[in-house]
Design a protein around this ligand. Sequence first.
Ligand code: FAD
Length: 343
Amino acid sequence: MNIREHYSLRALNTFGLEVKARYFCTLATLGGLRTVWQWQQQHPNLPVLFLGGGSNMLFVEDFPGLVVQIKLMERTIIGSDSEYTYVKAGAGENWHQFVRWTIDQGLAGLENLSLIPGTVGAAPMQNIGAYGVELKDHAYEVFAVDWKTAEMRHFSVAECGFGYRNSRFKSLEPNRWLIASVTFQLPTKPTWHLDYAGVKEHIQGEVNARSISDAIIAIRQSKLPDPAQLGNAGSFFKNPMISDEHYQALREQYPQLNGWILEEGVKVSAGWLIDHCGWKGKRIGDAGTYDQHALVLVNHGQATGAQIWQLALDIMDSVEQRFGIRLVPEPHIISGGALVQYS
Ligand SMILES: Cc1cc2nc3c(=O)[nH]c(=O)nc-3n(C[C@H](O)[C@H](O)[C@H](O)COP(=O)(O)OP(=O)(O)OC[C@H]3O[C@@H](n4cnc5c(N)ncnc54)[C@H](O)[C@@H]3O)c2cc1C
Protein backbone atom coordinates (compact mmCIF):
# COMPACT_ATOMS: atom_id res chain seq x y z
CA MET A 1 0.00 0.00 0.00
CA ASN A 2 1.41 3.30 -1.11
CA ILE A 3 1.41 6.21 1.36
CA ARG A 4 1.54 9.53 -0.48
CA GLU A 5 2.55 12.87 1.04
CA HIS A 6 1.03 16.36 0.74
CA TYR A 7 -1.91 14.88 -1.17
CA SER A 8 -4.59 17.23 -2.54
CA LEU A 9 -8.11 16.35 -1.35
CA ARG A 10 -9.80 18.81 -3.72
CA ALA A 11 -11.39 16.07 -5.82
CA LEU A 12 -12.20 14.03 -2.71
CA ASN A 13 -14.44 16.50 -0.85
CA THR A 14 -17.72 17.71 -2.37
CA PHE A 15 -17.14 21.28 -1.14
CA GLY A 16 -14.25 21.23 -3.63
CA LEU A 17 -11.92 22.75 -1.04
CA GLU A 18 -8.24 22.90 -1.85
CA VAL A 19 -7.00 21.13 1.29
CA LYS A 20 -4.11 18.74 1.60
CA ALA A 21 -3.59 15.57 3.61
CA ARG A 22 -0.07 15.39 5.04
CA TYR A 23 -0.27 11.63 4.34
CA PHE A 24 -2.77 9.75 2.19
CA CYS A 25 -3.50 6.16 1.16
CA THR A 26 -6.35 4.00 -0.07
CA LEU A 27 -7.54 0.83 1.66
CA ALA A 28 -8.76 -1.85 -0.74
CA THR A 29 -8.50 -4.88 1.60
CA LEU A 30 -8.75 -5.18 5.38
CA GLY A 31 -5.24 -6.66 5.33
CA GLY A 32 -4.07 -3.20 4.26
CA LEU A 33 -4.81 -2.01 7.81
CA ARG A 34 -1.41 -3.46 8.77
CA THR A 35 0.26 -0.65 6.85
CA VAL A 36 -1.95 1.90 8.64
CA TRP A 37 -0.98 0.39 12.01
CA GLN A 38 2.72 0.48 11.10
CA TRP A 39 2.36 4.10 10.02
CA GLN A 40 0.59 4.94 13.29
CA GLN A 41 3.41 3.35 15.32
CA GLN A 42 5.90 5.52 13.47
CA HIS A 43 3.69 8.64 13.91
CA PRO A 44 1.99 8.13 17.30
CA ASN A 45 1.00 11.77 17.64
CA LEU A 46 -0.63 12.18 14.26
CA PRO A 47 -4.34 11.50 13.62
CA VAL A 48 -5.89 9.03 11.16
CA LEU A 49 -9.09 9.86 9.29
CA PHE A 50 -11.26 7.51 7.21
CA LEU A 51 -12.68 9.02 4.05
CA GLY A 52 -15.52 7.81 1.87
CA GLY A 53 -16.79 10.17 -0.81
CA GLY A 54 -16.06 13.33 1.23
CA SER A 55 -19.70 14.46 0.88
CA ASN A 56 -20.36 14.96 4.57
CA MET A 57 -17.17 16.65 5.70
CA LEU A 58 -15.84 20.14 6.06
CA PHE A 59 -12.06 20.41 6.25
CA VAL A 60 -11.44 23.69 8.05
CA GLU A 61 -7.75 23.44 7.14
CA ASP A 62 -5.16 20.96 5.84
CA PHE A 63 -5.23 17.58 7.59
CA PRO A 64 -1.99 17.00 9.55
CA GLY A 65 -2.16 13.18 9.69
CA LEU A 66 -3.07 10.21 7.48
CA VAL A 67 -6.27 10.20 5.41
CA VAL A 68 -7.32 6.66 4.47
CA GLN A 69 -9.78 6.50 1.60
CA ILE A 70 -11.96 3.39 1.96
CA LYS A 71 -12.13 1.30 -1.22
CA LEU A 72 -13.47 -2.01 0.12
CA MET A 73 -15.62 -3.25 -2.77
CA GLU A 74 -18.27 -5.97 -2.70
CA ARG A 75 -21.89 -6.52 -3.74
CA THR A 76 -23.35 -9.92 -2.78
CA ILE A 77 -26.86 -11.30 -2.52
CA ILE A 78 -26.37 -13.52 0.52
CA GLY A 79 -29.73 -15.30 0.56
CA SER A 80 -33.39 -14.88 1.31
CA ASP A 81 -36.23 -16.11 3.51
CA SER A 82 -39.97 -15.65 3.22
CA GLU A 83 -39.75 -11.99 4.25
CA TYR A 84 -36.43 -10.61 3.05
CA THR A 85 -33.53 -10.83 0.63
CA TYR A 86 -30.21 -10.16 2.36
CA VAL A 87 -27.65 -8.12 0.45
CA LYS A 88 -24.11 -7.22 1.56
CA ALA A 89 -22.18 -4.22 0.28
CA GLY A 90 -18.55 -3.23 0.85
CA ALA A 91 -17.89 0.12 2.51
CA GLY A 92 -16.19 1.57 -0.58
CA GLU A 93 -19.15 1.03 -2.91
CA ASN A 94 -20.75 4.19 -4.23
CA TRP A 95 -24.10 4.47 -2.42
CA HIS A 96 -26.26 5.54 -5.36
CA GLN A 97 -24.77 2.96 -7.73
CA PHE A 98 -25.41 0.29 -5.09
CA VAL A 99 -29.05 1.41 -4.74
CA ARG A 100 -29.54 1.23 -8.52
CA TRP A 101 -27.86 -2.20 -8.59
CA THR A 102 -30.34 -3.54 -5.99
CA ILE A 103 -33.17 -2.27 -8.20
CA ASP A 104 -31.58 -4.00 -11.22
CA GLN A 105 -31.65 -7.24 -9.17
CA GLY A 106 -35.44 -6.79 -8.74
CA LEU A 107 -35.08 -5.72 -5.10
CA ALA A 108 -36.88 -2.84 -3.38
CA GLY A 109 -36.49 -0.82 -0.19
CA LEU A 110 -33.67 1.61 -0.88
CA GLU A 111 -35.28 3.53 -3.76
CA ASN A 112 -36.14 6.63 -1.66
CA LEU A 113 -32.45 6.95 -0.79
CA SER A 114 -31.43 7.30 -4.45
CA LEU A 115 -28.83 9.89 -5.42
CA ILE A 116 -27.50 10.52 -1.92
CA PRO A 117 -23.77 11.09 -2.58
CA GLY A 118 -21.04 9.11 -0.85
CA THR A 119 -20.26 5.53 0.03
CA VAL A 120 -22.00 2.57 1.65
CA GLY A 121 -19.54 2.62 4.57
CA ALA A 122 -20.36 6.18 5.58
CA ALA A 123 -24.13 5.67 5.27
CA PRO A 124 -24.57 4.21 8.79
CA MET A 125 -22.48 7.03 10.30
CA GLN A 126 -25.39 9.44 10.22
CA ASN A 127 -28.12 6.93 9.37
CA ILE A 128 -28.71 8.61 6.02
CA GLY A 129 -32.28 9.51 5.30
CA ALA A 130 -34.45 11.10 2.65
CA TYR A 131 -38.06 11.16 1.50
CA GLY A 132 -39.44 9.30 4.52
CA VAL A 133 -36.88 6.46 4.63
CA GLU A 134 -33.72 6.03 6.69
CA LEU A 135 -30.89 3.53 6.38
CA LYS A 136 -31.97 1.89 9.66
CA ASP A 137 -35.30 0.88 8.07
CA HIS A 138 -33.53 -1.63 5.81
CA ALA A 139 -30.18 -2.30 7.50
CA TYR A 140 -29.64 -5.78 8.96
CA GLU A 141 -26.12 -5.50 10.37
CA VAL A 142 -22.95 -3.45 10.17
CA PHE A 143 -19.56 -5.17 10.11
CA ALA A 144 -16.82 -3.01 11.58
CA VAL A 145 -13.23 -3.23 12.79
CA ASP A 146 -11.93 -1.46 15.87
CA TRP A 147 -8.98 -0.24 13.92
CA LYS A 148 -6.74 0.27 16.95
CA THR A 149 -7.26 -3.17 18.58
CA ALA A 150 -8.21 -5.13 15.40
CA GLU A 151 -11.37 -6.42 17.11
CA MET A 152 -13.94 -7.31 14.44
CA ARG A 153 -17.59 -6.99 15.28
CA HIS A 154 -21.02 -7.44 13.72
CA PHE A 155 -23.43 -4.81 15.04
CA SER A 156 -27.14 -5.54 14.90
CA VAL A 157 -29.34 -2.56 14.03
CA ALA A 158 -30.29 -2.19 17.71
CA GLU A 159 -26.58 -1.98 18.65
CA CYS A 160 -25.89 0.74 16.07
CA GLY A 161 -27.76 3.37 18.11
CA PHE A 162 -29.34 4.87 15.01
CA GLY A 163 -31.19 8.17 15.45
CA TYR A 164 -31.97 11.20 13.35
CA ARG A 165 -28.72 11.77 11.38
CA ASN A 166 -26.88 9.95 14.15
CA SER A 167 -25.40 6.61 15.25
CA ARG A 168 -23.00 5.18 17.80
CA PHE A 169 -20.28 5.44 15.13
CA LYS A 170 -20.83 9.19 14.80
CA SER A 171 -21.36 10.39 18.34
CA LEU A 172 -20.82 7.64 20.94
CA GLU A 173 -17.57 6.19 19.60
CA PRO A 174 -16.31 8.56 16.93
CA ASN A 175 -13.09 7.50 15.18
CA ARG A 176 -13.13 4.04 16.72
CA TRP A 177 -14.78 1.77 14.16
CA LEU A 178 -13.83 1.32 10.55
CA ILE A 179 -17.06 0.24 8.87
CA ALA A 180 -16.10 -2.49 6.41
CA SER A 181 -19.50 -3.59 5.07
CA VAL A 182 -23.23 -3.22 5.61
CA THR A 183 -25.82 -5.98 5.15
CA PHE A 184 -29.35 -4.97 4.20
CA GLN A 185 -32.64 -6.84 4.49
CA LEU A 186 -34.82 -5.89 1.58
CA PRO A 187 -38.51 -6.83 1.88
CA THR A 188 -40.12 -9.35 -0.43
CA LYS A 189 -43.35 -7.35 -0.18
CA PRO A 190 -42.22 -3.71 -0.24
CA THR A 191 -44.15 -0.75 1.14
CA TRP A 192 -43.89 2.34 -1.04
CA HIS A 193 -43.21 5.70 0.62
CA LEU A 194 -44.81 8.31 -1.62
CA ASP A 195 -46.06 10.88 0.88
CA TYR A 196 -43.24 13.38 0.57
CA ALA A 197 -44.00 16.46 -1.51
CA GLY A 198 -43.67 15.89 -5.22
CA VAL A 199 -42.89 12.14 -5.20
CA LYS A 200 -46.29 10.92 -6.48
CA GLU A 201 -46.42 13.69 -9.10
CA HIS A 202 -43.00 12.75 -10.50
CA ILE A 203 -43.72 9.03 -10.91
CA GLN A 204 -44.13 8.00 -14.52
CA GLY A 205 -46.21 4.88 -15.19
CA GLU A 206 -46.45 2.00 -12.75
CA VAL A 207 -45.34 2.50 -9.14
CA ASN A 208 -42.30 0.32 -8.50
CA ALA A 209 -38.79 0.68 -7.06
CA ARG A 210 -37.36 1.93 -10.36
CA SER A 211 -40.07 4.54 -11.05
CA ILE A 212 -39.81 5.83 -7.46
CA SER A 213 -36.01 5.99 -7.74
CA ASP A 214 -36.32 7.89 -11.05
CA ALA A 215 -38.80 10.31 -9.45
CA ILE A 216 -36.52 10.93 -6.45
CA ILE A 217 -33.55 11.51 -8.78
CA ALA A 218 -35.55 14.08 -10.77
CA ILE A 219 -36.71 15.90 -7.62
CA ARG A 220 -33.24 15.96 -6.07
CA GLN A 221 -31.65 17.22 -9.28
CA SER A 222 -34.16 20.08 -9.39
CA LYS A 223 -33.68 21.08 -5.74
CA LEU A 224 -30.07 20.54 -4.76
CA PRO A 225 -26.93 21.90 -6.38
CA ASP A 226 -24.74 19.31 -8.09
CA PRO A 227 -21.42 19.30 -6.17
CA ALA A 228 -19.61 18.91 -9.51
CA GLN A 229 -20.95 22.37 -10.47
CA LEU A 230 -21.20 24.09 -7.08
CA GLY A 231 -19.33 22.72 -4.05
CA ASN A 232 -21.57 21.75 -1.14
CA ALA A 233 -22.27 19.01 1.42
CA GLY A 234 -26.07 18.91 1.15
CA SER A 235 -27.97 20.17 4.19
CA PHE A 236 -25.46 21.83 6.46
CA PHE A 237 -27.58 21.83 9.64
CA LYS A 238 -29.85 19.28 11.28
CA ASN A 239 -33.48 20.21 11.85
CA PRO A 240 -33.47 21.20 15.54
CA MET A 241 -35.66 19.65 18.22
CA ILE A 242 -37.19 22.10 20.70
CA SER A 243 -39.56 21.80 23.65
CA ASP A 244 -43.30 22.15 23.18
CA GLU A 245 -43.31 25.36 25.29
CA HIS A 246 -40.54 26.88 23.20
CA TYR A 247 -42.42 25.97 20.02
CA GLN A 248 -45.70 27.49 21.27
CA ALA A 249 -43.90 30.70 22.28
CA LEU A 250 -42.28 30.98 18.84
CA ARG A 251 -45.60 30.27 17.07
CA GLU A 252 -47.16 33.27 18.78
CA GLN A 253 -44.52 35.47 17.20
CA TYR A 254 -44.12 33.50 13.94
CA PRO A 255 -47.43 31.79 13.03
CA GLN A 256 -45.87 30.48 9.78
CA LEU A 257 -43.33 28.32 11.67
CA ASN A 258 -44.30 24.67 11.15
CA GLY A 259 -43.28 21.92 13.52
CA TRP A 260 -43.47 18.12 13.65
CA ILE A 261 -44.49 16.80 17.04
CA LEU A 262 -42.32 13.83 18.01
CA GLU A 263 -41.78 11.91 21.25
CA GLU A 264 -38.65 13.91 22.15
CA GLY A 265 -40.14 17.34 21.38
CA VAL A 266 -41.03 19.41 18.34
CA LYS A 267 -38.80 19.32 15.27
CA VAL A 268 -38.64 22.57 13.30
CA SER A 269 -37.16 23.32 9.91
CA ALA A 270 -33.57 24.60 10.08
CA GLY A 271 -33.99 25.94 6.53
CA TRP A 272 -36.97 28.08 7.59
CA LEU A 273 -35.08 29.53 10.58
CA ILE A 274 -32.04 30.40 8.44
CA ASP A 275 -34.19 31.83 5.67
CA HIS A 276 -35.99 34.07 8.17
CA CYS A 277 -32.67 35.44 9.37
CA GLY A 278 -32.12 36.65 5.81
CA TRP A 279 -29.35 34.24 4.79
CA LYS A 280 -30.81 32.70 1.63
CA GLY A 281 -28.51 33.37 -1.33
CA LYS A 282 -26.07 35.45 0.81
CA ARG A 283 -22.48 35.37 -0.31
CA ILE A 284 -19.36 36.43 1.58
CA GLY A 285 -16.45 36.12 -0.82
CA ASP A 286 -16.81 32.64 -2.31
CA ALA A 287 -18.61 31.19 0.72
CA GLY A 288 -22.38 31.43 0.61
CA THR A 289 -25.78 29.82 0.95
CA TYR A 290 -27.58 28.31 -2.05
CA ASP A 291 -30.03 30.78 -3.58
CA GLN A 292 -32.84 28.19 -3.66
CA HIS A 293 -32.21 26.62 -0.26
CA ALA A 294 -30.63 28.47 2.66
CA LEU A 295 -29.80 25.18 4.42
CA VAL A 296 -27.16 24.34 1.82
CA LEU A 297 -23.82 26.14 2.23
CA VAL A 298 -21.87 26.43 -1.00
CA ASN A 299 -18.38 27.12 -2.26
CA HIS A 300 -18.60 29.43 -5.27
CA GLY A 301 -15.07 28.45 -6.29
CA GLN A 302 -12.17 29.53 -4.15
CA ALA A 303 -13.63 29.59 -0.61
CA THR A 304 -11.48 28.08 2.11
CA GLY A 305 -12.81 25.64 4.70
CA ALA A 306 -12.24 28.31 7.36
CA GLN A 307 -14.43 30.78 5.44
CA ILE A 308 -17.25 28.28 5.08
CA TRP A 309 -16.99 27.39 8.77
CA GLN A 310 -17.04 31.08 9.73
CA LEU A 311 -20.21 31.54 7.65
CA ALA A 312 -21.75 28.53 9.41
CA LEU A 313 -20.89 30.00 12.83
CA ASP A 314 -22.38 33.37 11.84
CA ILE A 315 -25.59 31.64 10.74
CA MET A 316 -25.69 29.67 14.01
CA ASP A 317 -25.23 32.89 16.03
CA SER A 318 -27.94 34.79 14.19
CA VAL A 319 -30.47 31.94 14.44
CA GLU A 320 -29.71 31.63 18.16
CA GLN A 321 -30.12 35.36 18.74
CA ARG A 322 -33.45 35.52 16.94
CA PHE A 323 -35.08 32.20 17.86
CA GLY A 324 -33.13 30.99 20.90
CA ILE A 325 -32.15 27.81 19.02
CA ARG A 326 -28.53 26.69 18.55
CA LEU A 327 -28.26 24.85 15.24
CA VAL A 328 -26.11 21.72 15.03
CA PRO A 329 -24.06 21.09 11.86
CA GLU A 330 -24.75 17.87 9.99
CA PRO A 331 -21.37 17.34 8.27
CA HIS A 332 -18.28 16.27 10.17
CA ILE A 333 -16.23 19.39 10.88
CA ILE A 334 -12.54 18.52 10.79
CA SER A 335 -10.21 21.00 12.38
CA GLY A 336 -6.75 20.65 13.88
CA GLY A 337 -6.68 16.99 12.83
CA ALA A 338 -9.77 16.14 14.91
CA LEU A 339 -13.52 16.10 14.56
CA VAL A 340 -15.17 19.10 16.20
CA GLN A 341 -17.83 17.33 18.26
CA TYR A 342 -21.51 18.23 18.19
CA SER A 343 -24.25 16.11 19.68
C1 FAD B 1 -25.72 17.23 -2.61
C2 FAD B 1 -25.76 16.41 -1.34
C3 FAD B 1 -26.98 15.88 -0.90
C4 FAD B 1 -27.02 15.12 0.27
N1 FAD B 1 -28.23 14.61 0.65
C5 FAD B 1 -28.32 13.84 1.77
C6 FAD B 1 -29.57 13.28 2.17
O1 FAD B 1 -30.59 13.44 1.51
N2 FAD B 1 -29.60 12.55 3.30
C7 FAD B 1 -28.48 12.32 4.05
O2 FAD B 1 -28.57 11.64 5.08
N3 FAD B 1 -27.28 12.84 3.69
C8 FAD B 1 -27.17 13.59 2.56
N4 FAD B 1 -25.95 14.12 2.20
C9 FAD B 1 -24.76 13.89 3.05
C10 FAD B 1 -23.87 12.71 2.57
O3 FAD B 1 -24.11 12.39 1.24
C11 FAD B 1 -24.07 11.46 3.42
O4 FAD B 1 -23.87 11.74 4.79
C12 FAD B 1 -23.12 10.32 3.01
O5 FAD B 1 -23.46 9.13 3.69
C13 FAD B 1 -21.65 10.65 3.24
O6 FAD B 1 -20.88 9.65 2.61
P1 FAD B 1 -19.35 9.85 2.27
O7 FAD B 1 -18.83 8.53 1.81
O8 FAD B 1 -19.19 10.97 1.34
O9 FAD B 1 -18.78 10.19 3.71
P2 FAD B 1 -17.52 11.10 4.06
O10 FAD B 1 -17.91 12.53 3.92
O11 FAD B 1 -16.32 10.65 3.34
O12 FAD B 1 -17.35 10.77 5.60
C14 FAD B 1 -18.31 11.16 6.54
C15 FAD B 1 -17.87 10.65 7.91
O13 FAD B 1 -17.87 9.24 7.93
C16 FAD B 1 -16.57 8.73 8.23
N5 FAD B 1 -16.39 7.55 7.40
C17 FAD B 1 -16.45 7.47 6.05
N6 FAD B 1 -16.33 6.20 5.65
C18 FAD B 1 -16.16 5.45 6.78
C19 FAD B 1 -15.99 4.06 7.03
N7 FAD B 1 -15.98 3.15 6.05
N8 FAD B 1 -15.83 3.66 8.33
C20 FAD B 1 -15.86 4.56 9.33
N9 FAD B 1 -16.03 5.88 9.15
C21 FAD B 1 -16.18 6.32 7.89
C22 FAD B 1 -15.62 9.86 7.93
O14 FAD B 1 -14.44 9.78 8.70
C23 FAD B 1 -16.45 11.07 8.29
O15 FAD B 1 -16.38 11.28 9.68
C24 FAD B 1 -25.85 14.88 1.03
C25 FAD B 1 -24.62 15.42 0.58
C26 FAD B 1 -24.59 16.16 -0.59
C27 FAD B 1 -23.25 16.71 -1.08
